[in-house]
Design a binder for this molecule. Structure first.
Ligand SMILES: Nc1nc2c(ncn2[C@@H]2O[C@H](COP(=O)(O)OP(=O)(O)OP(=O)(O)O)[C@@H](O)[C@H]2O)c(=O)[nH]1
Ligand SMILES: [Mg+2]
Length: 467
């Protein structure tokens, strides 16, 4: 199951790169991997000790001049016990613009080649150290913008999703094995396997695939953040509330109705969740073509929202905002009563006992900050609700590539099931079996158990050099 058997282009090269970004820092890491890594290190480092796992201090010399150019801490790794599976040397040097570049230059001058983006990790995949899902997880760990994404990536690196996909693939293979008799002896009435057992197994398989597909919504929220849209009539204080939630004056605020013309986005962290907060143009009929475009944009933002904050500064405008938002979105709408410092709210906000907490407006003031904590808490709750609560315990589909492969496998298994349950005059079992094979292949492409160069190219294109 593990490993990609393809011979990697340039696999015989010894590659080197900085593993940390350039700039002022206490330390920087330069690494080198490949068949000549130890030989090159032995020529440049004094002393050179090939004792895996033991770091030591050394002098690094310039191959051209023989002069000492750095004082790195050296960590040698011996194949296959390294990140890439090849011989590998890590140099921990002083940070800054010059030292790391000179160290890397020395390695390149002595025969190493500059690594391509993601080439270290790609070698790890080729060596069977990681499967493709785990390699993607490493990219996600680096790119994570929220704790939730980081947690999901760690779980994926741990192999949680890989194991689930492998189990599903195993289940497909089992169904293939069950129908093998019918393929070999099509004349026989029924094989040693009761057809009902095949139906049972495929039904369970479709259910499992559906469950995994069901995590894609949470995965999407985890990856790109929940879209929370502020909407309401002009001048009710949407931009002021937006600024208060973002923490600085991001959007223009004036007493003139129709100030905001564009949808403005800012990312805020809400507990573990990333939230893309969006301020919009006030909803109203307008003859001004610019404002009309803004209102159309608001409508699009509402349609794509995960949660809507319907804002109003009076009971009337709030009611209208809720109705206008609900007409334009399928997302849950939270009523937010703005400018709570101005109007006494007790009169029009007496809550009916029948109102659930989800319907009760949250009273806020962008001016005093009152109610903001409650609003954040409610938002966090709603985002959790959108993402589902099972996501911490089950593997999560965080990429479209994952979702598409599982959806394809599901469609193929379902098509097989249809053909199978149609009985005698149905599609011959040999043909139906092609669908099972396609399902298995879709699952295999996810973990990279088969040669899928284009999949690998796509996965590694976005990596940084040095990973
Ligand atoms: N007293 C008080 N005034 C507020 C509050 N929030 C907003 N305002 C005032 O209300 C007016 C409109 O505020 P904005 O935030 O620009 O309102 P908006 O909903 O974004 O308006 P448009 O962009 O025109 O749709 C400004 O004069 C703000 O100072 C608040 O919490 N308390
Ligand atoms: Mg505004």
């Amino acid at each position: 199951m593990r490993g990609v058997s393809a011979i990697l282009p340039g696999a015989e090269d010894t590659i080197a790169a900085m593993a940390t970004p350039p700039g002022r820092s206490a330390l920087a890491v330069v690494r080198m991997s490949g068949p000549r890594a130890h030989e090159i290190a032995s020529r440049l480092l004094d002393p050179w000790r090939n004792a895996p796992g033991a770091s030591y201090r050394a002098r690094l010399t310039d191959p051209a001049t023989g002069r000492v150019i750095e004082r790195p801490v050296v960590t040698p790794y011996r194949a296959p016990r390294s990140y890439t599976g090849d011989d590998l040397v890590e140099l921990s040097v002083h940070g800054g613009h010059v030292g790391p570049a000179r160290a890397l230059g020395a390695l390149l001058g002595a025969g190493a080649r500059l690594a391509l983006p993601g080439e270290f990790t790609r070698r790890a995949v080729a060596a069977g150290k990681l499967d493709v899902l785990q390699a993607e997880a490493i990219g996600d760990l680096i790119d994570a913008e929220s704790q939730a994404m980081h947690d999901a990536a760690l779980a994926q690196l741990d192999g949680r999703l890989s194991r689930r996909v492998a189990e599903l693939r195993e289940a497909v293979l089992q169904v293939e094995a069950m129908i093998a008799y019918d393929i070999d002896f099509p004349e026989e009435d029924s094989g040693p396997i009761d057809p009902a057992r095949v139906t049972e197994a495929t039904t369970a398989l479709v259910e499992s695939l559906d469950r995994l597909l069901g995590t894609a919504a949470a995965g999407e929220v985890v990856r790109r953040g929940a879209r929370v849209v502020l909407a309401g009539a002009p001048n009710v204080g949407k931009s002021s509330l937006f600024n208060a939630l973002v923490g600085h004056e991001r959007a223009i605020v004036t007493a003139i109705a129709g100030t905001t013309r564009d949808a403005i986005e800012a990312v805020v962290d809400l507990g573990a969740w990333p939230v893309r907060l969006m301020d919009t143009a006030g909803l109203r009929e307008s003859a001004d073509p610019i404002e009309q475009l803004g209102v159309a944009m608001t409508a699009r933002a509402l349609a794509a929202a995960d949660v809507v904050l319907a804002c109003g500064d009076s009971a009337l405008s709030l009611g209208e905002a809720v109705a206008a938002a609900a007409a334009r979105t399928a997302a849950p709408v939270v009523p937010v009563r703005t400018k709570g410092d101005l109007t006494p709210t007790s009169g029009d906000l007496v809550t009916k006992s029948s109102e659930s907490s989800a319907e009760r407006p949250i009273v806020v003031s962008a001016l005093t900050g009152a109610g903001l904590a409650e609003l954040r808490a409610r938002l966090e709750e709603m985002v959790e609700g959108k993402a589902g609560d099972q996501w911490r315990d089950t593997p999560l589909l965080t990429r479209e590539r994952h979702r598409a492969a599982i959806a394809l496998a599901r469609a193929e298994v379902a098509a097989f099931q249809d053909a199978w349950s149609d009985g005698d005059d149905a599609v011959p079992v040999v043909i139906a079996a092609v669908q099972l094979r396609a399902a298995a292949t879709a699952l295999e492409s996810l973990i990279g158990a088969i040669d899928v160069e284009d999949v690998l190219d796509r996965v590694f294109r976005t990596f940084c050099v040095g990973k």
